[in-house]
Design a protein. Structure first.
Length: 179
């Protein structure tokens, strides 16, 4: 892993964070299946391998990200060689004693080198310092790299919400007890 510093964001970081490539590639998707029969409803997800790798656009509009960050409880930045190369944004007003990770982005050329892991670990520490007992990661059902990261870090699937994002994608939620 590159040697990085993780710190709270400063105003000067915002322009560089918005400029990061937020899209990602995926070879898998979690496909929702709903089975309604005899007054019972079963919902489950199947991991489906796609016929080819797809590029997935970020579900939030870039022009409103910076405004959203000012409303977040926390915004932590990964800095490498003096340059912001990733970030995690956190909310604490969604569920009691829970820090909610809304955004996790790493500069494309530095992905899969441990920076996302370091950001999530820093978010867990931040959550503990803010009297949160749980951390929840939200992501698109198409974001297989994030799903793998959540599982690797010991997060458990805890729910979903259809039409959650402005582009009407399904959100998946993974949670972990931190304190």
């Amino acid at each position: 892993m590159p040697e990085i510093e993780i710190r709270p964001a400063i105003t000067a970081d915002i322009h560089q964070l918005v400029a990061l490539e937020h899209s990602y590639s995926s070879d898998y998707v979690w496909q929702i299946a709903i089975d309604a029969e005899n007054d019972q409803v079963r919902v489950f997800f199947r991991e489906i391998r796609l016929p080819r790798s797809v590029r997935v656009e970020y579900p939030r509009k870039m022009q409103i990200l910076a405004d959203d960050w000012h409303q977040r409880a926390g915004l932590l930045v990964a800095v490498y060689e003096g340059e912001p190369v990733g970030y995690v944004s956190l909310n604490i007003n969604i569920a009691p004693a829970t820090a909610w990770i809304n955004d996790l982005v790493v500069k494309r050329r530095l992905r899969r080198q441990g920076i996302g892991t370091a950001l999530v670990m820093a978010a867990q520490n931040w959550a503990g310092a803010h009297a949160c007992r749980r951390v929840v990661l939200e992501m698109q059902s198409k974001n297989y790299p994030a799903i793998r990261l959540a599982k690797k870090l010991g997060f458990d699937f805890c729910g979903y919400n259809e039409w959650y994002f402005s582009n009407h994608d399904i959100a998946l939620f993974f949670a972990k007890v931190v304190g």
